[in-house]
Design a binder for this molecule. Structure first.
Ligand code: F6R
Length: 240
C-alpha cells in the first residue's frame, strides 16, 4: 500500500484526478469503479475540467459505481445515479450504455446483484477503483460486521452511516435504511485501487488501516491484502 499525504482536500482531489487521467490515457477503453459522497466531488470537478480542456476523452471508458440506496428511483435527487449525473455524466462524454450503477428500484434484488457482478466480469473487471471511506471504516457499504460479503448484495445501513448521510436529506428519517453495494471481493478484484481520505473525522479508520492489521470490524483494513492500493490522505485525516 502506498500512502501519499496531500496538503488539503484540493490537492487530494487533483492528485486523484491525475491518476484517473493517467489510467484513461494508458487504456482509453478502461473500466473505472466509481464512488459517490463528499470525498470524490472535487475529483469529479477536476475530471470535468480536464475533459472540457480537451485533455481527457471518456468516449471508450466504462464505469461501474459501488453502490446505490435501496429502494430508490434513479430520478430521486438523493439517488447515487442523480449524484453521478450531476457531477460527472452530464459533464463529460461518457456513453450512456457504458455507465453502470446498481438499480435501487429493481424488483428482483438477488438477480440485480448477481447480474451486476457478471457485468463487471464481462467488461473485463475494474482497472481502477476509486474508494472513499466511512468514519466507521466501511468501504462502499460494506459495514463493520463479524462477516463480510464477497459479491454485490443488499445491506442494512448502520446507524452511524444513516447519521453521517443524513446531511444530504431533509431529515434523518428520510435516509433509506438499505443499499445495494459491491461486496469485498468485487472491490478486491479491481486491478488498482485509490482510496481517498479527507478530514479529521476519517483519522480513526485511517489509523486502523495503517496498523496493517486486518479486521472485519473495519472493512477498509482488508485493503492491506491488495497488491496495488494508493491511499491519498489529506493532512487533516493524517494528523486528526
Ligand atoms: C459511496 C461509498 C461510501 C462513501 C463513504 C464516505 O459510493 O461507497 O463508502 O465513500 O461513505 O462518504 P463521504 O465521502 O461522503 O464521507
Amino acid at each position: 500500500m502506498r500512502v501519499i499525504t496531500c496538503k488539503n482536500y484540493e490537492e487530494m482531489s487533483k492528485t486523484a484526478a491525475r491518476l484517473v487521467a493517467g489510467q484513461v490515457s494508458l487504456k482509453p477503453n478502461c473500466v473505472l469503479g466509481l464512488a459517490t459522497g463528499s470525498t470524490p466531488e472535487g475529483m469529479y470537478v477536476e475530471l470535468a475540467r480536464m475533459y472540457q480542456n480537451g485533455e481527457l476523452d471518456f468516449s471508450n471508458v466504462s464505469t461501474f459505481n459501488l453502490d446505490e440506496y435501496c429502494p430508490i428511483d434513479k430520478e430521486n435527487d438523493q439517488s447515487y445515479y442523480y449524484f453521478m449525473n450531476k457531477h460527472l455524466y452530464s459533464k463529460v462524454n461518457l456513453k450512456p450504455e457504458n455507465l453502470h450503477i446498481p438499480n435501487g428500484s429493481a424488483k428482483d434484488i438477488e438477480t440485480e446483484c448477481a447480474n451486476y457482478d457478471k457485468m463487471i466480469d464481462s467488461a473485463g473487471g475494474i482497472d481502477l477503483q476509486i474508494l472513499g471511506i466511512g468514519s466507521n471504516g466501511h468501504i462502499a457499504f460494506n459495514e463493520p460486521e463479524d462477516e463480510l460479503t464477497a459479491g454485490t448484495h443488499r445491506v442494512e445501513l448502520t446507524e452511524d452511516t444513516i447519521k453521517a448521510n443524513s446531511r444530504f436529506f431533509a431529515s434523518e428519517s428520510d435516509v433509506p435504511r438499505h443499499a445495494l453495494t459491491s461486496g469485498m471481493a468485487t472491490i478486491m478484484k479491481s486491478k488498482k485501487i485509490i482510496l481517498m481520505i479527507s478530514g479529521k473525522n476519517k483519522s480513526e479508520p485511517l489509523k486502523k488501516l495503517l496498523t496493517g492489521k486486518i479486521t472485519t470490524s473495519c472493512p477498509a483494513t482488508m485493503l492491506n491484502m491488495h497488491a496495488d492500493v494508493i491511499v491519498l490522505a489529506d493532512e487533516d485525516a493524517m494528523n486528526g
